[in-house]
Design a protein around this ligand. Structure first.
Ligand SMILES: Nc1ncnc2c1ncn2[C@@H]1O[C@H](COP(=O)(O)OP(=O)(O)OP(=O)(O)O)[C@@H](O)[C@H]1O
Length: 586
């Protein structure tokens, strides 16, 4: 009887009459008949994909499943006692993760509340997951809201899960085999499933944004750090490169897509202000003003170091020592500084190599300081040495233990090289730390450098990367700027994007002089594009030996930044990546 009434009601809806159903339900019924050509009198069994198909669907949805797992588990803990099952379907409607009571496995499987069930609307008819995929909105499909007779006992509530680019990626669904009759009994289910979907989106965005700034937002300070409502990921220039659905709703209105918009066009805030919104400040002080006059609370999360594929990289012990202060978050600098820290306390001769201005002298001095207070420091400008001067400087017995800091050892005149070798032999308390801009080993092979001296200097080599390969360029810029202007000056997002996009053939020397000019020219409190001198005109846009992968790696795989560094547009970078078979690291 119910079945006949159900079919008759569907017919009335098709004729355009209202029957008291939600519009989401009646629209779906129409799609079932008019688009998918379905027959409501048929009671098709649940559609379950094959094992191989399920494996494929799960593989495609692997990241989302991982991000959603703990959200699903906690949702299941909340609803299991009321006999709900929890399902995650992919964007095609196939159930790729599932939590349910094993005692009811047969019934659940028979009703399609199971792993591998396909809930796409064109197969299963009106159902929560299917309607959610079509409309992109949360929905409850309760009992005979279902189109096919096979599912009219079920009550299902589903919410969409969007990825960080705004694409529907999954559906979170909680379902009951048997439910009370009024649909309003599922209102609480709806609020649980929508807030769980929001948390899954947040977890997914966080998992994908380890190398970028994330700004999380909440209307209440109490929930800001524990359960924020919305979040955006920002690149170094303050452009939105990822967002949750709630952020899209919050900012977008009817305007342009959120992706690519600058945060300062939406909030009274720039990337430079993000450190003020970090967790060390009380939540109620972290107010961010919306451009329309409203206000929210913000929590900024700084970029973390990239995940390594193997065992997690050991972090430099934070001792507050001189080596700690030499780098921000940079995958190459962390292990280098850790090696330097270990070597500092030994007597091993060190060769600090790198292009001009990469900070070799700075590192060498920090190694001396980290080595302990019992050593003197003797600094030698190698280019200026004659044998007489060298003899004068090092010939007389000075303090027994000393660091001998040899700046640009490759420039030591040939006639002084053999002398330095014998002086080092005479004074074993001297620990040589030499800096060098060229390949000293090759200079030896070419007969340009004294071989015995080379072997007395090159105990261990510390090779500093050029600025264009450093992922902490933004950190270095801030550090050098603060040294020049304390907190009085900051960079506009455009100026910051310009600086992080340059190639810096002169490395820190060049960056320092650009900042000197900018500080001198800047009128107010913000350094903007016109205050920056143009890039020094040496070389092409990128060093010739640098590969696309090097540039992408240095930019943390941020396409926009890589495009700026290479002087091409973003689509060219993507095309070159495709051609080279490069994909961003997981
Ligand atoms: N980690 C750092 N943070 C901030 N400033 C730095 C850092 N390292 C170096 N600098 C600054 O950058 C400039 C260049 O550094 P340094 O003289 O050590 O480079 P270098 O590689 O020895 O140069 P060169 O090859 O010309 O001898 C210096 O003014 C130095 O103070």
């Amino acid at each position: 009887m119910i079945e006949r009434n159900h079919v008759e009601e569907i017919e009335r809806v098709l004729e355009g009459r209202t029957t008291g159903r939600d519009s989401q339900v009646s629209e779906s019924w129409k799609r079932c008949v008019e688009i998918y050509g379905m027959d409501p009198t048929r009671a098709d069994p649940a559609h379950i994909v094959t094992e191989a198909e399920l494996r494929e669907h799960r593989m495609q949805a692997e990241r989302m499943i991982a991000s959603a797992r703990s959200g699903l588990q906690s949702l299941f803990r909340q609803v299991a006692r009321q006999n709900y099952t929890v399902l995650l379907t992919d964007a095609k409607g196939v159930c790729v993760d599932f939590f349910g009571d094993p005692d009811f496995e047969d019934e659940l499987r028979g009703s399609g509340l199971f792993m591998g069930a396909n809930w796409s609307e064109d197969l299963a008819g009106t159902c929560a997951a299917g309607a959610c995929i079509v409309t992109g909105e949360p929905v409850t499909i309760h009992q005979d809201d279902h189109f096919g007779n096979a599912h009219t006992a079920l009550s299902c509530t589903a919410a969409p899960v969007y990825d960080s680019l705004g694409q529907l990626a999954a559906v979170l669904d909680i379902s009951l085999l048997q439910s009370p009759s009024p649909k309003s009994s599922q209102n609480l289910a709806m609020s649980l499933v929508t807030s769980s979907a929001r948390r899954v989106e947040m977890a997914n965005l966080m998992a994908q944004s380890r190398r970028e700034w994330v700004l999380r937002l909440s209307t209440s300070p109490e929930f800001l750090d524990v359960d924020p409502e919305a979040a955006v990921t920002l690149d170094g220039g303050g452009r939105i490169i990822g967002f949750t659905r709630a952020a899209d709703k919050l900012f977008r209105g009817d305007t342009a897509p959120l992706l690519g918009q600058r945060i300062d066009s939406l909030l009274d805030l720039s990337v430079d202000d993000l450190p003020d919104l970090m967790r060390d400040r009380p939540t109620e002080d972290r107010v961010v003003n919306l451009r329309d006059g409203g206000a929210l609370f913000g929590h900024a999360i700084a970029p973390q170091s990239p995940r390594s594929s193997g065992t997690p990289a050991r972090r430099l012990r934070k001792t507050g020592g001189p080596l700690d202060a030499l780098a921000g978050t940079d995958a190459g600098m962390q292990p280098l500084l850790e090696r330097a820290e270990r070597l500092a306390r030994t007597h091993v001769p060190l060769l600090v190599s790198g292009e001009t201005g990469t900070g070799k002298m700075r590192l060498a001095r920090a190694i001396h300081v980290a080595g302990g207070a019992d050593r003197a420091l003797i600094t030698v400008e190698c280019a200026a040495q004659t044998p007489d001067r060298l003899q004068e400087l090092l010939g007389a017995p000075g303090q027994a233990r000393a660091t001998l800091l040899l700046r640009r050892i490759e420039e030591l005149p040939r006639e002084a090289q053999a002398l330095l070798t014998s002086l080092l032999d005479e004074r074993p308390g001297l620990r040589p730390v030499a800096t060098c801009c060229t390949d000293l080993g090759r200079a030896v092979n070419d007969g340009l450098f004294h071989k015995p001296l080379f072997y007395r200097l090159s105990g261990a080599e510390l090779a500093l990367p050029p600025l264009r390969k450093r992922q902490d360029l933004g950190w270095l810029i801030d550090r050098l700027l603060r040294r020049r202007a304390q907190d009085e000056l900051r960079l506009s997002p455009a100026a910051r994007a310009d600086l992080t996009g340059r190639v810096w053939h002169g490395n820190l020397h060049e960056l320092e002089s650009v900042l000197d000019v900018a500080v001198a020219l800047c009128d107010g409190e913000v350094i903007d594009l016109p205050d920056l001198p143009p890039p020094a005109g040496l070389g092409g846009p990128a060093a010739p030996q640098e590969t696309l992968e090097d540039v992408l790696e240095a930019c943390g795989w941020n396409m926009a930044q890589a495009a700026r560094r290479l002087g091409v547009n973003r689509s060219t970078v993507m095309r070159r990546m495709r051609r080279a078979g490069l994909t961003p690291p997981a």
